[in-house]
Write a protein of this length. Structure first.
Length: 379
């Protein structure tokens, strides 16, 4: 039987409509119209917002679990459940720089999670270890490694979902980037001290994204545009951005919006185990990370990911970016879907797409969630 979501304020690409009924059938959106099918099961949204589910391409942890600690199906399930409560219906469990064996275990775990039908898992993000020591941020220097053929084989080995890999362009050649892309990997640049010319060569070789724009990368200056300059200049590439009030100034965010637009700039959380939970500290590869309000810091004061959720990222994007709701929602749904090559499958409320949806109140509290048309048992 079809399900009709009625009496909601439906967030479409550029507008919010209160006169639309969204019909779900066989896991997909069968229609978005004024007509309510007579034979459908009705779900009354009572004036709440109905949005496309959020897609987060950078999720290190959540619900007290860290992917690096235990790259298993159980960890992924806990992370996905924690973030679903805040509107994330599609995520990439993210592994920061680690041993080769851990990378292999992480890829296997994501493959198994998708095989088992675990809701919300759409691939994996391997962030490093081919990164700049100068711009490594919280990544351990001892984990950084040069790129070689064993990594090429491993990174191209995933059977399911999307594989996103973050590299520093000075640590991998354009030819190696091209081989990754030819193997089905989406390549982003980040944690890099590369000059503009090196970044430009990486884009020409197949880099299509930038990991947490402005953070942990060579900056834009008058005679040296760096990675930031290359990212802002290029109109075809995408960039993730952490809008938590700590990783960058609101004016910096607005400058990024002016340059890239909401169709190329996507919200990410870079979330750690404290996201979606009450945990105040955790261990990250042997280092204590503590929560200071909504900021995460190592003992030497380095930012260590965030406590951000996608619902809060959307709220912050509206406030700090001076955006309307549909524009901020695009940054959390349609834009990452396009980046991952999934725009024909999810990321918007349109007939034919998978029914990945969330119901949300005006204070950004998520009250309902559907993945492939299946509602969450609880939130």
């Amino acid at each position: 039987m079809a399900t009709a979501l009625i009496n909601g304020r439906v967030v479409l690409r550029n507008e919010i409509r209160s006169d639309r009924c969204v019909v779900i059938e066989d896991g997909r959106i069968a229609g978005v119209s004024e007509a309510v099918p007579s034979d459908a099961e009705l779900v009354d949204l009572a004036g709440q917002l109905l949005l496309p589910g959020f897609i987060d391409v950078q999720v290190n942890g959540g619900g007290g679990r860290l992917f690096n600690d235990d790259p298993s199906v159980e960890t992924i399930a806990a992370m996905a459940a924690a973030h679903r409560r805040f509107g994330t219906t599609g995520l990439l469990p993210t592994l920061i720089s680690d041993d080769f064996s851990v990378i292999g275990r992480a890829i296997t775990a994501v493959d198994e999670a998708i095989d088992s039908g675990l809701p919300g898992v759409i691939g994996i993000h391997i962030e490093g270890p081919f990164l700049s020591n100068t711009r490594r941020g919280i990544h351990l220097a001892s984990m950084l490694q040069p790129f070689d053929d064993r990594f090429l084989e491993a990174l191209c080995s995933a059977r399911n979902g999307r594989t996103l890999v973050t590299v520093a362009p000075e640590c991998i050649s354009p030819a190696q980037i091209r081989r990754l892309v030819d193997g089905g990997v989406i390549v982003a640049a980040g944690h890099s001290d590369a000059d503009y010319e090196t970044v430009r060569a990486a884009i020409d070789a197949g880099v299509t994204g930038f990991t947490h724009l402005f953070n942990a990368m060579s900056q834009l200056t008058n005679r040296a545009p760096g990675m930031v300059g290359a990212a802002l200049e290029d109109s075809a590439t995408y960039a993730g951005i952490i809008v938590d009030g700590h990783h960058l100034h609101p004016a910096t965010f607005r400058a990024g919006l002016q340059a890239k637009g909401t169709d190329r700039l996507m919200l990410v959380t870079d979330a750690m185990p404290t996201a979606g939970g009450e945990h105040q500290e955790f261990m990250l590869q042997g280092r204590a990370i503590r929560r200071d309000g909504d900021k995460l810091l190592s003992q030497d004061g380095v930012l260590a990911g965030s406590t951000l959720t996608m619902a809060l990222a959307v709220a912050n994007a509206i406030e700090q970016g001076r955006l309307d709701l549909p524009s901020a929602v695009r940054m959390a749904s349609s834009t990452p879907a396009h980046f991952l090559g999934l725009a024909g499958e999810t990321g918007a409320i349109e007939a034919g797409l998978r029914a990945d949806l969330i119901a949300m109140s005006d204070d950004f509290t998520v009250t309902g969630s559907w993945i492939g048309g299946v509602p969450a048992a609880n939130l």
